[in-house]
Design a protein. Structure first.
Ligand code: SF4
Length: 312
C-alpha cells in the first residue's frame, strides 16, 4: 500500500485540531483476518512488537512503532465521511493491543465520537500484549468497543514454541486466552498446521488440541504453514533441518488436533486459503462430522485444494 508523509508525534490535545486525511494512511505490508474483510481498516501501529517468529515474514520491513495520533485521527475523520456503511473496524498492524492503555482508550473514544455507527472493534494480540493489560484494563477496553481479539498461538507444544521463537509457554498462553474471554471479548485463536515438521507433527497436534481445550476460544482458525523466503523457517527447510508434512500428513495432523480439542461451544475452521481441506464445524457437536470429512479426504473421496491455489 502507498505510504504518505505526516508530521511526527504529538500529544492528544494537539491531535484534536487535526483535519481529515486525504485518504487512509497505510504503510508497508498490511494484513487483516478474513472475518474483517468488510471492516474499516485503521492502521494504528506499524509492524509487530514481537516480530521474532521464525516462520513470519509479514512485518520484516517495519520497525515496530505506534503511529502519531494526528495521523490516526486524520484517518478516523476520513472514515467518518467516506466509510459510513462499514459497521466494524479493525486496528492494524500486528499487535495493536500493545499500545499503552490511555492511548488505546483515546483511539477507541475517537472511533466512538466520529464513527458512531461502528458496532465493534477488532485487533490482533499476542501473549505479551495481553499480559501487559490488567483484567480492569481489558474490561475498560471492552466497554469502549474493543470486542474481538485474534491471537496466533500456532502450537501448544513448548519445544516447538521455543524453536519457532513464539515466546512464552503454552500454559501462560492459555491463561492469556482465558483473560481475554473473562473480559467478555470474542476470542479467535490461530494455529498452524505443519509448523512442527514431519517428526513432531502428531505431538504438535495433540499438544495444540490440549491448549485449545484449555483456552476454550470462540473460534479456532487452523491455517497451514506456507514457507516464506527470507525467514529462518525457510532456511531450515532449505538446509534439510526440517521436513514439512505432505497433504496427507497435514490432514492427519489436523485430525489429531481436532480429536484432542474439546471446546464448550465454538467453531473450528480450516477454511483459510492456505489449507488443503476446507471445513467449518461447531464444537462439540460437529466434531464427528469434521473427522468424517477428513477421513473422506484421506480416503480420496473428497478432492483437496491444488498447491497453486493455496495462499497465506
Ligand atoms: S507475533 Fe504474529 S505478527 Fe508477530 S512475528 Fe509472530 S506471527 Fe508474526
Amino acid at each position: 500500500m502507498k505510504t504518505k508523509r505526516h508530521p511526527k508525534t504529538t500529544n492528544n490535545k494537539s491531535a484534536d485540531r487535526v483535519s481529515e486525511s486525504e485518504g487512509m494512511h497505510y504503510e508497508g505490508n498490511c494484513i487483516r483476518p478474513p472475518p474483517e474483510a468488510f471492516s474499516i481498516l485503521l492502521q494504528v501501529t506499524l509492524g509487530c512488537s514481537h516480530n521474532k517468529c521464525t516462520f513470519c515474514g509479514t512485518y520484516k520491513d517495519k520497525r515496530f512503532t505506534i503511529k502519531d495520533e494526528r495521523i490516526i485521527l486524520g484517518d478516523i475523520l476520513f472514515a467518518s465521511k467516506h466509510m459510513r456503511n462499514q459497521d466494524r473496524l479493525f486496528l492494524m498492524d500486528g499487535d495493536a493491543l500493545i499500545i499503552p492503555q490511555n492511548r488505546l482508550l483515546w483511539i477507541l473514544d475517537k472511533i466512538h465520537d466520529h464513527l458512531p455507527w461502528v458496532k465493534g472493534v477488532g485487533s490482533y494480540a499476542n501473549t505479551k500484549s495481553i499480559s501487559r493489560k490488567s483484567a480492569e484494563d481489558l474490561n475498560a477496553l471492552r466497554t469502549k468497543g474493543l470486542d474481538r481479539i485474534y491471537l496466533g498461538v500456532e502450537t501448544g507444544d513448548d519445544e516447538i514454541r521455543e524453536k519457532i521463537h513464539k515466546g512464552f509457554t503454552a500454559r501462560f498462553c492459555a491463561e492469556m486466552g482465558q483473560k481475554i474471554k473473562s473480559a467478555g471479548m470474542h476470542l479467535t485463536v490461530m494455529v498452524l498446521l505443519g509448523i512442527a515438521g514431519v517428526n513432531k507433527s502428531l505431538d504438535h497436534a495433540k499438544a495444540t488440541g490440549g491448549l485449545l481445550s484449555a483456552m476454550d476460544p470462540d473460534h479456532v482458525a487452523a491455517l497451514t504453514v506456507i514457507p516464506v523466503p527470507g525467514t529462518p523457517f525457510w532456511d531450515q527447510l532449505e538446509r534439510g533441518d526440517l521436513e514439512l508434512p505432505d497433504e496427507r500428513g497435514m490432514l492427519l495432523e489436523m485430525r489429531e488436533m481436532l480429536r484432542h480439542t474439546k471446546l464448550r461451544g465454538g467453531t473450528f475452521a480450516s477454511n483459510h486459503s492456505s489449507n488443503y481441506l476446507s471445513l467449518k464445524v461447531r464444537l462439540p457437536e460437529g466434531k464427528q462430522e469434521a473427522l468424517d470429512l477428513i477421513d473422506a479426504a484421506l480416503g480420496g473421496r473428497i478432492g483437496l485444494k491444488p498447491e497453486w491455489m493455496r495462499a497465506f
